[in-house]
Design a protein around this ligand. Structure first.
Ligand code: DAH
Length: 507
């Protein structure tokens, strides 16, 4: 279900799976009638159980999947369709005239050598261990659910975030200790995958960047050297430029309940220093990005307000304390990234027990959509020269829409199977229904011809207690006009598949 993020309380709660990920804004110059200008995607808040199947098993499953030249056995956890796998290997972020690559370079330019190595991760297949376990995700975390994540099999997924590589990069820092002692941090860019709703700012494949920066402490009894560690971090902070952008940061760095100190491992003064370095580094990055965005926007005639940023307390299983950074942009506060002081247990498990530091992660499409005024996330995947020819390496320019083809709305209404419950819980033996399964069916059939899917009606029959849902599917190509017959045909297939896979009864 789509939940608007309004309450701050939610942010500090562990029920929240992820924030730094999805683009949730659409440039304002393009009117969008039915959706708020700013809404956050929450991962389903119902804890998941370690049971493989939520929807009925895929009927046409192959026994293996070949991804980036590696063959993987499938099992009852597999839910990754070929339509998703067809995106693997495009590496849009390396195509230097592509808006995602231009955005990557803008961010990397803030995190350069010798302190930072800039990397990309080609193969999206990672173990559940690296994607979840080593990062401290609890067993019942909603992010582990098959309704939210593409499983290759029981033990492997398409990474849901770049944090899946944190451990490997910490290990690399440890391995290179002698040969590259100055490299104390990294940035990574990669494609990430999530089963999700369909609209103009959500796509099942998107890109994240993340970075970390570590400082060395003595091997034994590091807390006794806390003063020296703090002084070292503060000296690095002094080397960063200052800025005069308004920053709202009302909360204390540490809070016993909401944002606790890892007191077994860190002193308050060390954490204050890491937090100060983290915040200044990320403020500078955001100022750089949004100064470029403002320049492009004012060239395009838009009125640009002075930049403001704010820090919000957050929760991630792999950092404490944790924050999100928001930017005030064209009338809305936009969530840009998640970050925090890295959990020491993660560093201990990654061969760098004698270091502490910060990490952050952000979604690239959200930023690129703002920078280039790109109104629909599907455009990033377009091979149409009318899109691609508009961008040049190193330049931030406003996208000129080349056409707007007509929308074609089709409604699909159905009764859920009698025993079905919504919310993704399989408790009590009931058949769970999850909206993401509907999205996946529509995506599998309509692909990039579907602009968005919205739940427009939902009710429970007072006598039979059966639940009825009605979704409105908007078929619209970015590149050509769809005929009514074409969208009818697609919609017919969607209806058939809903019955076949989810056991619904069409109305
Ligand atoms: N992986 C998080 C997400 O997908 C973002 C994130 C948050 C990355 C905090 C980090 C971090 O490295 O420290 O929402």
């Amino acid at each position: 279900m789509r939940l608007p993020a309004t309450s701050r309380a939610l942010r500090a709660s562990s029920g929240r799976w992820s924030i730094a990920a999805r683009p949730t804004i659409i440039p304002r110059s393009i009117p969008i009638p039915s959706r708020p200008a700013f809404s956050l995607r929450e991962w389903s808040s119902t804890p998941t159980c370690r049971i493989p199947s939520t929807a009925s098993p895929q009927k046409t499953q192959k026994s293996t999947l070949k991804i980036e030249d590696e063959t993987h056995k499938t099992d009852e956890w597999t839910n990754t369709p070929d339509t998703i796998l067809s995106h693997v290997g495009r590496r849009l972020y390396l195509d230097e005239n592509h808006p995602l690559a231009i955005t990557r370079q803008l961010i990397e330019s803030q995190f350069t050598g010798p302190d930072f190595g800039n990397y990309s991760e080609k193969n999206p297949v990672v173990s559940t261990k690296n994607n979840f376990d080593v990062l401290g995700f609890p067993e019942d975390h909603p992010g582990r659910s098959r309704t939210d994540t593409y499983y290759v099999n029981d033990k492997t997924v398409l990474r849901t975030h770049t944090s899946a590589h944190q451990r490997a990069y910490f290990q690399q820092i440890s391995r290179n200790e002698k040969t590259r002692p100055d490299e104390v941090g990294y940035t990574i860019i990669a494609d990430v995958y999530r089963r999700d709703a369909i609209d103009r700012s959500h796509y099942p494949v998107f890109h994240q960047m993340e970075a970390a920066r570590l400082w060395k402490r003595p091997d034994t009894n590091p807390l006794a050297a806390s003063k020296e560690t703090t002084a070292m971090i503060m000296a690095d902070l002094e080397k960063l430029p200052s800025h005069d952008v308004v920053v709202e940061d009302p909360n204390p760095t540490l809070h016993d309940q909401r944002n606790p100190l890892q007191d077994k491992h860190h002193s308050v003064e060390e954490v204050e220093a890491v937090a100060a370095h983290l915040k200044r580094s990320l403020e500078l990055m955001v100022i750089k990005i949004f100064t470029e965005a403002s320049k492009a926007a004012s060239k395009g005639g838009a009125e640009v307000e002075p930049l403001k940023v704010r820090w919000i307390e957050a929760y991630f299983p792999f950092t404490s304390p944790s924050w999100e950074l928001e930017v005030f942009w064209q009338g809305d506060w936009l969530e840009i990234l998640g970050c925090g002081v890295i959990k020491q247990d993660l560093l201990i498990n990654s061969d760098v027990p004698n270091r502490m530091g910060w990490a952050f992660g952000l979604g690239l499409e959200r930023i690129a959509m703002l920078l280039f005024n790109i109104p629909d996330i599907r455009l990033f995947w377009s091979k149409d020269a009318r899109f691609l020819s508009q961008f040049r390496a190193g330049e931030i320019t406003r996208f000129e829409p080349f056409s707007k083809h007509p929308a074609c709305y089709k409604d699909v209404a159905f009764w859920l199977p009698p025993a079905a419950v919504t919310g993704g819980s399989a408790a009590g033996g009931a058949v769970p229904f999850h909206e993401n399964d509907v999205m996946e069916i529509v995506r599998g059939i309509g692909g990039d011809l579907v602009e968005d899917v919205t739940l427009i009606d939902e009710f429970t029959h007072p006598k039979t207690a059966r639940k009825s849902m009605c979704y409105r599917i908007n078929y619209r190509s970015l590149e050509r006009t769809l005929t009514n017959e074409e969208s009818n045909e697609l919609n017919l297939k969607v209806r058939e598949k809903l019955v076949e896979e989810l056991g619904v009864e069409l109305r």
